[in-house]
Design a protein around this ligand. Structure first.
Ligand SMILES: Cc1cc2nc3c(=O)[nH]c(=O)nc-3n(C[C@H](O)[C@H](O)[C@H](O)COP(=O)(O)OP(=O)(O)OC[C@H]3O[C@@H](n4cnc5c(N)ncnc54)[C@H](O)[C@@H]3O)c2cc1C
Length: 478
């Protein structure tokens, strides 16, 4: 244990007893997240009551111990890795969910998984649309801290759109509640929204009130293929122009489709191997879906090379295979992936497709790209071999060019993963000095001693230069 925190940790143990784990095994397990870079903490605290978090933060302030809060550690950005050591607060034991079926609201502890909230809502006929691919594992606290999104984002929104109220602790250890379990609240500054996306740097969320929607009665899935990326993206815009709003609109470029087809050992459209595709899903009332079908089928006839319509949920699952398989299959193209969750404004879709084709050529790397076309959040996967220094350098240069380009096109360096450690070199491409200064001022105002998740966001760190642990997670390659 680092001597400098030993006295503080002894006092913490006196106050919280068995909640505090100082074993080598426990500390190692909390030393990394899905970025797989590791920094050993001095202790891990597993609170069973919200008030215990107040005790942790009060002591941390008194002794100046860094505190990193973690949910399930699925972040790929290194945001939950305790880069300055100190204490890790593991939220997984605080995981109760309750649904108010009359009000259409769910109340959840921060350690509840996104899936548990969806399941509790579905039991009572309600729908919680937030759907990060990691939803079976990740926690609502982590979703709130990263403002997580998913495939449903274009129609239903991201975490921010579902959060009605939050409660938890300021970095100083004081308990606060931002809002109540009511859909309207206009009393005072909106610090609830300041917490959303703050990556555990402005306090610890212990509970949330979340808005639910009625379960859609019907779903309809259609897979469409295109000659090339530019025509696929143009076609998507033509669809949106008709004022139809798909629940899901997933694009996969040629390289992503080739990966998926190789993994599925079949081609999606006979005679059209490796064509870019758009997977569409519509959700709503049965009559609404029937209405939309005619418009969408006419659009597919006009714009696509071919299309396949699901007549049942089983057929829909088959169409979904291409999307589910592509990400894991990419590791055939390189043992390392820089997964960049950038955002491109719709008006720049074709420009971006041309830029990406050029980037693939100039970097001489495979860069399979897929993502959510209704909100422009694309996952650009730069594949390389770690042992090949020249390839690794080209991958690093490609990320830099990518970030500069998306910002120049009016987009964002992150749509859902946040900054953490991995995106710190690019924060200042997105934000002007005045904007960064304002964010730092907020951090100082709420966390004067710099206790909560220090070393993140503002200080550029080249995370890909760190040695990665050889560990695997149940959610790897999904
Ligand atoms: C296979 C895979 C698929 C993914 N798919 C998606 C996707 O589709 N969409 C998407 O948005 N993301 C996705 N992610 C990223 C990740 O799952 C999300 O960012 C998720 O929200 C993180 O939740 P977590 O519980 O694992 O948080 P952690 O990884 O433990 O922590 C993430 C950040 O949140 C902070 N934090 C955690 N809990 C709290 C709390 N209670 N109070 C304050 N701060 C807190 C941590 O300090 C850290 O900064 C994916 C990741 C993987 C590995």
């Amino acid at each position: 244990m680092k001597e400098k925190y030993a006295a503080a940790t002894r006092e913490l143990k006196r106050r919280l007893g068995a909640r505090v784990d100082v074993s080598e095994k426990g500390r190692f397990a909390a030393s990394f997240d899905s970025s797989k870079v590791s920094f050993m903490p001095a202790a891990v605290i597993k609170p069973r009551a919200e008030k215990e978090i107040g005790v942790v933060l009060e002591l941390a302030n008194r002794h100046r111990v860094p505190v990193t809060v973690r949910g399930r550690g699925t972040t790929l950005m290194g945001s939950a890795a305790p880069v300055r050591g100190g204490w890790v607060v593991d939220m997984l034991a605080l995981n109760k969910v309750a649904v108010d079926a009359d009000a259409g609201l769910a109340t959840a502890h921060a350690g509840a998984t996104t899936q548990a909230i969806q399941d509790a809502a579905a039991k009572l006929g309600w729908f919680f649309p937030l759907d990060p691919s990691s939803k079976a594992y990740c926690t609502i606290g982590g979703n709130i801290a990263c403002n997580a999104g998913g495939m449903h984002g274009g129609k239903y929104g991201v975490t921010r759109d579902f959060v009605v109220a939050l409660r938890g602790f300021l970095p100083t250890g004081e308990f606060v509640e931002w809002g109540t379990a009511t859909k309207k609240f206009s009393a005072g500054f909106n610090l609830r929204d300041l917490w959303i996306g703050s990556e555990g740097m402005l306090g610890i969320v212990t509970g949330a009130v979340l808005k639910l929607l009625p379960q859609p009665a019907a779903r309809w899935t259609l897979l469409t293929s295109f000659a090339d990326e530019v025509s696929a993206l143009k076609a998507a815009k033509a669809l949106f122009r008709q004022r139809v709003v798909p629940a899901i609109c997933e694009f996969l470029d040629r390289e992503s489709v080739v990966c998926a087809e190789r993994a599925m050992k079949t081609t999606i459209f006979p005679g059209q191997a490796g064509r870019p595709v758009i997977l569409l899903e519509f959700a709503g009332g049965a009559a609404e879906i029937e209405d939309v079908k005619a418009t969408v089928l006419a659009w597919a006839q006009e714009h696509s090379l071919g299309f396949r319509e699901a007549k049942s949920r089983e057929e829909a699952e088959q169409l979904w295979a291409v999307r589910r398989k592509c990400s894991g299959a990419m590791f055939e193209l390189g043992d390392s992936k820089l997964n960049e969750d950038i955002v491109v404004p719709m008006r720049s879709y074709e420009k971006f497709a041309r830029f990406l084709a050029g980037l693939k050529r100039s970097a001489k790397l495979a860069i399979p790209t897929f993502g959510h076309l209704a909100d422009g959040n694309l996952h650009v996967n730069i594949m390389y071999h770690r042992a090949d220094a020249a390839e690794a350098k080209r991958a690093e240069d490609a990320v830099q060019k990518l970030m500069e380009t998306v910002v120049a096109l009016g987009g964002a360096i992150s749509g859902e993963h946040g900054i953490g450690l991995a995106k710190t070199p690019f924060l200042r491409i997105q934000h002007s000095p005045a904007q960064v200064k304002a964010m730092q001022a907020v951090k100082r105002a709420l966390d004067p001693k710099g206790i909560c998740n220090p070393g993140k966001m503002f200080e550029p760190v080249r995370i890909w230069k760190f040695t990665k642990l050889q560990v695997s997670f149940p959610w790897d390659h999904k």
